[in-house]
Design a protein around this ligand. Sequence first.
Ligand SMILES: *Cc1c(COP(=O)(O)O)cnc(C)c1O
Length: 379
Amino acid sequence: MIPLSAPEISGRELEYVTECLKTGWVSSVGEFVNRFERDIERFTGSAHAVACVNGTSGLHVSLVALGVEPGDEILLPSLTFIAPANAVRYAGAVPVFIDVEPRYWQIDPDGVREFLRRCRVKQGCLINPDTGRRVRGIIPVHVLGHPVAMDSIVSLAREYGLFVLEDATESLGAEYMGRHTGTIGDVGVFSFNGNKIITCGGGGMVVTGDALLAERVRYLTTQAKDAGDEYIHREVGYNYRLTNVQAAIGVAQLERLKEFIEKKSQIRARYDEAFADMPDLRAQEIAPQAWSNHWLYTIRVGGSVGPRDLMRALENEGVQSRPLWQPLHRSPAHAFGPHADCPVADDLFHTALSLPSSPGLSQLDQDIVIAAVRKFIHG
Ligand SMILES: *Cc1c(COP(=O)(O)O)cnc(C)c1O
């Protein structure tokens, strides 16, 4: 089977992990955790990075550190992997789903603006008139590694006094107007899950330009233990700290990131060229100010063919592919909340399919994918 997105472990991972095992530094204290944080700071140009067990925990702890309280409303796109909506719920808050725009498939700033315009200010708080709840922040998700229009999102957030928490879990290495995704809002979160562009097996990182916020995130991820030898805790924290072994893998992976992005951009170019004569297939576009990391190459399948039919046909040819996530305003797990209509997210759910995009994908394997797609579409 040609996988959708397999990790590429062929650098210094084994060497660094062996170093952890030989020295006994296997747990959540160790040189690789610090080194991974410093390397991410240097790579993204962020002032502060704090490692955590995965991207979801990073989103959760960021919301707590930003002061989100039960009943607060947080805006996020309807079309995304479910994790950011779950994190909002862990904090007791309520996700409000906004549609995505049809070209780049990211949260639509016009949809955000429309929602915020209807809100009212009461005693210094922004209130959703439909629910009476406070609106606190926006989580733009850089879906499939393509950046959100962050200039519009940040200026709306400033105008209405909201925080911006970037879910950059799919977009490490992507840039918008020359700035790394994750470093443009107040806080950003990366993931190093097995199918992301680089992996630790599992892992995450919170980045921010705010030293106090970084300190608070670090405190909350380590059981909120006060400094010193005694076990004194003033509040409830979390055991969200990354281990040294995972960080060792992350350090080795990060050394390869530029190469992986370059490889993924070549994969994209080859797919684009191969499908150029097929009007029924249209890839996610790339915005002029955007630099994508090309995490997962995804096409919209037009005509009478559905992406799930194509997925099954590809499976028979030994090719793994995946439709996009069920829009969250339709998800039984989250559909209770307020939301606008999301026709674009609905349409993408019914038309889009991601194709194999691993950095280790050979030209031969890519040719097999291309031939299988062409065979099915052309019959
Ligand atoms: C992968 C992912 C996450 C969560 O990351 P984990 O490390 O798996 O917890 C969050 N948001 C989005 C959009 C993701 O794709």
